[in-house]
Design a protein around this ligand. Structure first.
Ligand SMILES: *Cc1c(COP(=O)(O)O)cnc(C)c1O
Length: 486
């Protein structure tokens, strides 16, 4: 049944509130607001009792899909379950009632939390220092690339090219372009990893840095990372790691030890802050020693005094790239990540990654007979299947398979990314799913593979059980184009 709009539920005179006259200001409105801001006609608002308002929004929320409802297998996005204690700590009034312009003497706890979080992230990735300012992964990339640019300027080099591997997340070339670089694509080999011969040919005196994702976006570890790092540095270039997906590395290995000069983290993926729907996120950046002087302002400093540690915000960094964000980053996300890391500790973080890797390989092993795997396993925290077999034999695309999954009560995986896999179906189960949930999910995908053979029409018409059925996407994108042109 279609859910009515709240305006359609409105009946004149029904109210969801009552105010006694003492709650209302007695002053005439004209004395509070200039006349030109006052309404001449009463506002058209729905008139609905509280009970109906609550039920309306609960019904709407039930139509929604979220990680508190069921598994969210979106590859590269790390939609893990976010423990509720993270929300509890970030709601504590000592954090939530702070004003960003309060003097540092009155915000010591918040500064201490940020300082300690930066230290923990520094340790986790093996870097020299970390800034917490960037507001998202892509923003972290831009920050990291501006640091690289500033470094090259500081030694008088005018390198203008940035190498990006072709399996990279779309934000990598976008951030590099925003920072003013020419982007050169480096290809992968038959194994799904960076092709060292191609890299060698493209590494010339104009290359400022190579941007790499490890494990890469098809879930494979770049086994030759030490050699890649040697080649890049021998060329006078720097090495950037897109660390949005650190879920396979925690406590096992560190970007700093692999030779990376810059890494960005996605706290809203790996470190369990809710995400989706546009934020807020947080994309801290870790750097090696030679980039420390260029970090964004302000820098949180800790000084030991006889009365104990004193935290302050320092603006005294003449070589800094400047501010990347108003105030100090998305503080509520920082509190969540801090809680999460402190709660798990080093052993717990390592178990996160071990379980994420085991879950991905288990799920992959259950699906292998029915879907193609273009690059050889084992994988790290995610894997990328191809729907080529289904498309060639029955004209059913990955898009249709993803839509059919909705009928089985699951969010769709990432599809058509990375671009190097045709009919890509990219799945990241994360460590927070039990074997039982993984089995139910695997059985849904196996059943769909069976339906593709026996009843392709069913899959082509999916979804049929959702509040909104299949949309005409060709028409939708035409309309979107028209809107964009307008
Ligand atoms: C999510 C993601 C990003 C971008 O992060 P945002 O916070 O969405 O800007 C970059 N790289 C990879 C590999 C990602 O998965």
């Amino acid at each position: 049944m279609r859910e009515k709009l709240i305006f359609e539920m409105s009946r004149s005179g029904r109210k969801g509130y009552s105010l006694s006259s003492s709650d209302l200001s007695q002053a005439p409105l004209e004395s509070i607001l200039p006349a030109r801001f006052l309404r001449t006609e009463p506002a058209e608002l729905p008139e609905v009792p509280e009970s109906e308002v609550v039920r309306h929004f609960v019904r709407l929320s039930n139509m929604n899909y979220h990680v508190d409802k069921n598994m969210y297998p979106l590859g590269s996005c790390t939609m893990k379950y976010n423990p509720k204690i993270n929300d509890y700590t970030c709601d504590l009034p000592g954090f939530s009632a702070l004003h960003p312009l309060q003097p540092a003497e009155t915000t010591q706890g918040a500064l201490q939390l940020m300082h300690e979080l930066a230290e923990m992230l520094r340790e986790i990735a093996g870097m020299a220092a970390v800034t917490l300012q960037p507001a998202a992964g892509a923003h972290g990339e831009l920050t990291g690339i501006l640091l690289i640019k500033k470094y090259h300027e500081s030694i008088g080099s005018k390198r203008h090219k940035l190498l990006v591997v072709d399996s990279a997340h779309g934000t990598n070339p976008a951030s590099a372009a925003l920072a003013g670089y020419e982007i050169i694509s480096v290809h992968g080999n038959a194994d799904g990893r960076t092709d060292l011969n191609d890299l060698r040919q493209k590494l010339d005196g104009d290359v400022a840095a190579l941007m790499l994702t490890n494990p890469n976006t098809i879930g494979l570890f770049e086994k030759e990372i030490v050699e890649i790092s040697r080649m890049v540095h021998a060329n006078g270039s720097l090495l950037y790691m897109d660390g949005a997906n650190m879920n396979a590395l925690l406590g096992i290995t560190r970007p700093g030890d692999m030779g990376f000069d810059v890494v960005h983290y996605n706290l809203h993926k790996t470190f369990a802050a809710p995400h989706g729907g546009g934020g807020p996120g947080s994309g801290p950046v870790g750097v090696s020693e030679k980039l420390v002087p260029f970090l964004p302002l302000p820098v949180i400093e800790k000084r030991d005094t006889p009365e104990g540690p004193l935290y302050s915000l320092s603006y005294d960094r003449p070589e800094s790239i400047g501010r990347m964000m108003n105030f100090y980053g998305n503080f509520s996300v920082l509190v969540r990540a801090y809680t999460y890391i402190r709660m798990l500790g080093p052993e717990g973080l390592r178990r996160v990654s071990e379980n994420a890797i085991i879950n991905a390989n288990y799920l992959l092993s259950r699906l292998l007979g029915s879907y193609d795997l273009p690059y050889p396993k084992p994988v790290m925290h995610e894997f990328c299947l191809s729907g080529d077999r289904q498309k060639k034999a029955h004209g059913v695309r990955t898009l249709d398979i993803a839509k059919r999954l909705l009928d089985y009560g699951f969010h769709a995986p990432t599809i058509y990314f990375p671009l190097i896999v045709s009919e890509a179906l990219m799945i990241e189960p994360t460590e927070t799913e039990s074997k039982e949930t993984l089995d139910i999910f695997a059985e849904a995908l196996l059943k769909i593979a069976d339906e593709v053979e026996k009843n392709p029409e069913l899959v082509l018409s999916a979804p049929v059980t959702t509040p909104v059925k299949r949309l005409d996407e060709a028409q939708a994108s035409r309309q979107l184009n028209i809107c964009c042109q307008l």
